[in-house]
Design a protein around this ligand. Sequence first.
Ligand code: SAM
Length: 196
Amino acid sequence: MGFLSVLSYAHKLVEGRLHSGGIAVDATAGTGADTLFLAKTAGPRGQVFAFDIQEEALKLTRERLSKDPSDRLAEVSLYQESHANMKTCIPNEYHGKVSVIMFNLGYLPSEQADKHIITLTDTTISALEASLDILAPGGIVTIVLYPGHEGGGQEAAAVESWASALSMRTAQAIIYRGIQRPNAPYLIALERKKPL
Ligand code: SAM
């Protein structure tokens, strides 16, 4: 049967934390697959904030949401902004109440996309810092990392070292990785602890 893929494992973690009426963030909207998943999971009383720097990604996300037949999606707010600015974009009333934040790093996986537009180490780390500020206690961040493409290995190493250095009083960090394939995507997840 095999282990769950990295993306399925991220979804599994999210399903355990995001309940009906919950608040979630897709930090890298891309083609909108995770945004739609979060909107379905949070349901009509929920709220999802999704970020991408590319207009093309927001267009694909909007299309995916509008084509979905469900009338039970959360309200979704889309921002053409860097995820590093999530704390400024997401209204203060939601800070400390976000259950789940998903990152899927790398480039936009669509045919027309410019594969040179990728997530970058500095903005990714700033966004992860901001995530810890807006998460609810017990809320989680999932980060899918792609060491196999140019720039991806350095970004993955930086995220791993940042997450390893977090105090256990701030967040617990775990890793889900196929250890025989060093270039394959892998997952880091964080759980926010209660502030002291
Ligand atoms: N989760 C997406 C999906 O389901 O299709 C895939 C995300 S894709 C691997 C990574 C996305 O991150 C790209 O669409 C890219 O434009 C976006 N991105 C790059 N830098 C960013 C930044 N600073 N802030 C937000 N999004 C960014």
